[in-house]
Design a protein around this ligand. Structure first.
Ligand code: HEC
Length: 149
């Protein structure tokens, strides 16, 4: 439970209505929504829609890393039915899914490392740090998510 609580507080989510133990689908979707919010912030800074801010950049990277560490805990057997876009491959190719999770953890950890204490110094440093992380979104979704949006 502590790990779950930490991950969730790290991504600033309010999931008080979600009973984590009972509804792993809702938790993993909430984690992915936090991923999307962080990727959105990163994209806005890279496009110049938002002024570059090292603290925001670091928060986005830390959120992605926290999500990478916790996401894999919410795919118990039998949670592939219902209101989910997780593909059957998550369970049928559990090794491949774990490899995708491991790569995501490695890439986000490297980005945390590159962020230093105060966040990446400038936009170029941020792009270099987060670029490899963002490649994981598509590659994992292609293999482990039903493409319905
Ligand atoms: C290791 C695999 C993996 C990685 C990496 C990954 N995702 Fe996902 N993502 C999934 C799976 C599986 C689902 C389906 C979850 C479900 O519906 O149960 C999903 C669902 C989502 C959703 C829909 C959530 C909802 O409310 O239905 C969004 C948005 C999303 N991902 C964004 C991202 C972004 C942005 C990144 C990269 C920063 C990312 N994902 C990286 C596997 C991954």
């Amino acid at each position: 439970m502590r790990r779950i609580a930490l991950a969730i507080s790290a991504v600033c989510l309010s999931v008080s209505g979600v009973a984590a133990a009972d509804d792993p689908v809702a938790v993993r979707k909430a984690i992915m929504q936090a991923n999307a919010a962080s990727a959105g912030l990163a994209g806005a800074m890279m496009k110049g829609e938002l002024d570059y801010n090292p603290a925001i950049a670091k928060a986005a990277i830390l959120t992605l890393n926290a999500s990478a560490k916790s996401f894999g805990d919410f795919f118990p057997e039998g949670s592939g039915d219902g209101d989910t876009t997780a593909a059957p491959a998550v369970w049928e190719d559990a090794e491949g899914f774990q490899a995708a999770l491991d790569k995501y953890m490695t890439d986000t950890a490297a980005a945390v490392e590159a962020s230093g204490k105060d966040g990446p110094a400038d936009l170029a440093a941020f792009q270099a740090a987060i670029g490899p992380v963002l490649g994981n979104c598509r590659s994992c979704h292609e293999n482990f998510r039903v493409q319905n949006n």
